[in-house]
Design a protein around this ligand. Structure first.
Ligand code: NAP
Length: 243
């Protein structure tokens, strides 16, 4: 259980991040929900979290790709909540194109938000974690990092970078009792994958014959927060796509 733990969830306004905020609240957590462009959705998540937990929850606007914004938002969250116990680096974007037509802006923006965002948030939270000698960091990667995906060189590279970052962070911070793991989802039903649920060819390739639910990823994230002996791991959640 996450009773009164202070949990930051980036990209908590929609999709997987929203489901994680709600699951953590159901386990008694206080949540700080970070969004970038959707204050209404972020506030809806926060209201639902408070209704479920009866605990404090608040939305914060921050572009995770910007180091200074991350530094400011982490300071503000510590002022509001007193500390940080869990950081979920979930915010992510896609700008899919075949390599031949991908611009350097498409490449750099995805790397900056998806991978830069993980560095920016983790770096700004880890002083608090090391001081209190505890903390959980969960990074949302993707099976695209492990298997590659045509049309996603930028996205796959950003998500593969997250795996290296996760393992190195786990090694660096283990002596301070801080665990850092990555989750690699397959196809999960959210705004990011709207058009996929009707793709019968894709669904046929998934042994469990369906797209995953954001709530299923959220329960894995909560499991990792509740365990003190798993660190540096990448856990796939993909309906068996690659067995
Ligand atoms: P989504 O529905 O598109 O939601 C993305 C979330 O990220 C939103 O809350 C969005 O905030 C936030 N965000 C985007 N850019 C941001 C920025 N620069 N700064 C701060 N927040 C930002 O995506 P999702 O499907 O839930 O995906 C969540 C994570 O899981 C992503 O990292 C994604 O790569 C990963 N993933 C998803 C799948 C899948 O099948 N869905 C599979 C593998 C991995 P606003 O609402 O304010 O825009």
């Amino acid at each position: 259980m996450l009773d009164d733990k202070v949990c930051i969830i980036t990209g908590g306004s929609r999709g997987i991040g929203r489901a994680i905020a709600i699951e953590f609240s159901a386990q008694g957590a206080q949540v700080a929900v970070i969004y970038n462009g959707n204050p209404e959705k972020a506030n809806q998540t926060v209201e639902e979290c408070m209704k479920i937990s009866g605990k404090k929850a608040k939305a914060y606007k921050c572009n995770v790709g910007n180091f200074n914004e991350c530094s400011d938002v982490v300071k503000e969250i510590i002022k509001d909540f007193g500390t940080i116990d869990v950081l979920v680096n979930n915010a992510g974007i896609t700008k899919d194109k075949l390599l031949l037509t991908m611009s350097d802006d498409d490449f750099n923006e995805v790397i900056s938000v998806n991978l830069g965002g993980v560095f920016n948030m983790t770096k700004n939270c880890c002083r608090t974690f090391t001081k209190q000698r505890s903390g959980k960091i969960i990074n949302i990667s993707s099976i695209a990092a492990l298997d590659g995906n045509a049309g996603q060189t930028n996205y796959s590279a950003s998500k593969a970078g997250i795996i290296g970052f996760t393992k190195s962070t786990a090694k660096e911070l283990a002596s301070r009792n801080i665990c850092c793991n990555a989750i690699a989802p397959g196809f999960i039903e959210t705004d990011m994958t709207k058009e996929l649920s009707a793709n019968s060819e894709l669904i046929d390739k998934i042994p469990l014959k369906r797209i995953g639910k954001a709530e299923e990823v959220a329960s894995l994230a909560a499991y990792l927060c509740n365990n003190d002996y798993i660190t540096g791991q990448v856990i796939r959640i993909d309906g068996g796509l690659t067995i």
